[in-house]
Design a protein around this ligand. Structure first.
Ligand code: BDR
Ligand code: CA
Length: 277
């Protein structure tokens, strides 16, 4: 049974992903870590605790993540126009009873990965800040962690916050570049995949990434290097390079480790599983 930590910015599709995860017998959710994105980090933590209370799973620890980006000079912007200013559709949620644990998200990720080397899958459903911090703080994290499944990027399609960028990558592009070039076993599921997984107008971004972690046969992937544009009008752009063609003079690409980029998805099956669970 796979141990899963969900790094999240709830977020309506994050909420669906968390509920699907809690109903998935193939995995054990060992913690939630929170990050800014759809809302600021404090609100993400409140929402994560709230969702676990609704699900009756207050046994699962929540570790609060970073309040600032790894990328310098980036202004944090919430996505109230998509998820409501509270992240969960403006439902007037009362404050949760529970509290986050003492450890930060990065500390919790590092600890769990070293406790269960190769056994922990991190499903990253928000900006990749906490994962980048874990990689920077612990030189063994990238080998200790089993797999990092990311909802992020837009490969050969337009983004959703700009023509170039998908939201999670855009909000901390340097963090994303650190994760993609870390040498960890990374699988990323981008908008080219999740725009095929639609529930009467709602894209199932985060549930698709979560289910790709639960059941790898739902997607196929290509392997290659992914780099992220960190500045300018194309900030957050994700470029995939399959290492077939050699660019001898550009070692920033050819010498980086490969990641897995999802290229096809069984969308009807993903929707069926989301509805069932
Ligand atoms: C991603 O951005 C957020 O709005 C969603 O929760 C998802 O993680 C999609 O670009
Ligand atoms: Ca999300």
């Amino acid at each position: 049974i796979k141990k899963i930590i969900i790094d999240t910015d709830p977020g309506i599709d994050d909420a669906i992903a968390i509920f699907v995860a809690l109903q998935s017998p193939e995995i054990e959710v060992i913690g939630l870590t929170t990050i800014f994105g759809n809302v600021h980090t404090t609100l993400s933590t409140r929402n994560a605790l709230h969702l676990l209370e609704i699900a009756g799973r207050t046994d699962i620890p929540v570790a609060e993540g970073s309040h600032v980006t790894v990328t310098e000079g980036v202004k944090l912007q919430s996505s109230g126009y998509v998820h409501g200013t509270d992240g969960l559709g403006n439902q007037n949620i009362s404050p949760p009873k529970g509290k986050p644990i003492e450890q930060t998200a990065a500390e919790f990720l590092i600890q769990q990965a070293s406790l269960y080397p190769g056994k922990v899958t991190v499903v990253a459903l928000g900006p990749l800040t906490n994962i980048a911090l874990a990689i920077q703080l612990d030189p063994e994290f990238f080998t200790n962690v089993g797999q990092i499944v990311v909802l992020g990027g837009a490969f050969s399609v337009n983004g959703n916050v700009s023509p170039a960028a998908e939201a999670n990558i855009f909000k901390d592009p340097t963090a994303a570049d650190i994760v993609f070039t870390s040498g960890a076993d990374v699988l990323t599921v981008g908008l080219n995949i999740t725009h095929q997984v639609v529930l009467t107008g709602v894209f199932l971004h985060d549930p698709t990434a979560l289910l790709a972690a639960v059941n790898p046969s739902l997607i196929t992937y290509s392997e290659g290097v992914v780099r992220v544009q960190t500045v300018g009008i194309t900030r957050g752009l994700t470029i995939f390079y399959n290492k077939q063609k050699r660019f001898v003079e550009v070692t920033e690409w050819s010498e980086k480790p490969s990641v897995k980029v999802a290229v096809t998805v069984d969308a009807p099956k993903v929707i069926e599983l989301v509805m069932a669970r």
